[in-house]
Design a protein around this ligand. Structure first.
Ligand code: 4NP
Length: 172
């Protein structure tokens, strides 16, 4: 699978404020971890004022919940404190955010299907397209039914992908 940074990223990088929404299914494992990793990189770079970062899930069944205990534990071991409360994606997210970042192909297809304009459709991108290593992975896989190694892989992919995403969104 070839990965390419989506064209829209170059346009978004010109904005004075960049708003990113990370999306997975439950918003209790992958996307709150992505939010935590990206927030930490943005803080390290001193760019807190330029970025707005949030996460949401396509499935609303965990709404209000903190991230899964296993995800919080693995993230904490790498220095990330995940405190997001799960919420479902809403139509107004397409108005508010510049990039809507899907963790897997199902998330991507469902988000693209929700978009009501072509501009909104272009905002929906795949997390894996920002990942430079891990050629064996074609998405950020759902770790919910996996063991510890599934959660570690999610964090490895997110650290790689978020670093590259931030590099491509540096002020121009
Ligand atoms: P996530 O993982 O999409 O990475 O938050 C999941 C969490 C919960 C469920 C599915 C995936 N679930 O079906 O409850």
């Amino acid at each position: 699978m070839t990965r390419e940074i989506p064209d829209i990223v170059e346009e978004v990088a010109k904005k004075s404020k960049v708003k990113i929404l990370f999306v997975c299914l439950g918003n209790i494992c992958r996307s709150p971890a992505a939010e935590g990793v990206m927030r930490s990189l943005v803080d390290e770079a001193g760019l807190q004022d330029r970025f707005e970062i949030d996460s949401a899930g396509l499935y609303g069944g965990h709404a209000g919940d903190l991230p899964d205990r296993r995800m919080r534990l693995h993230a904490f071991q790498r220095g990330y404190n995940l405190v997001h409360h799960s919420r479902q994606v809403r139509m107004s997210d397409f108005d508010k955010f510049d990039l809507i970042v899907a963790m897997d192909h199902s998330n991507f297809d469902r988000l693209r299907g929700m978009a009501s304009t072509l501009d909104d459709e272009r905002k929906v991108v795949r997390m894996i397209d920002f990942v430079q290593g891990f050629p064996q992975c074609d998405c950020v896989p759902d770790p919910y039914y996996d063991g510890a190694e599934g959660f570690e892989l999610v964090l490895d992919l997110l650290e790689d992908g978020c670093r590259n995403m931030l590099k491509n969104l540096m002020p121009v």
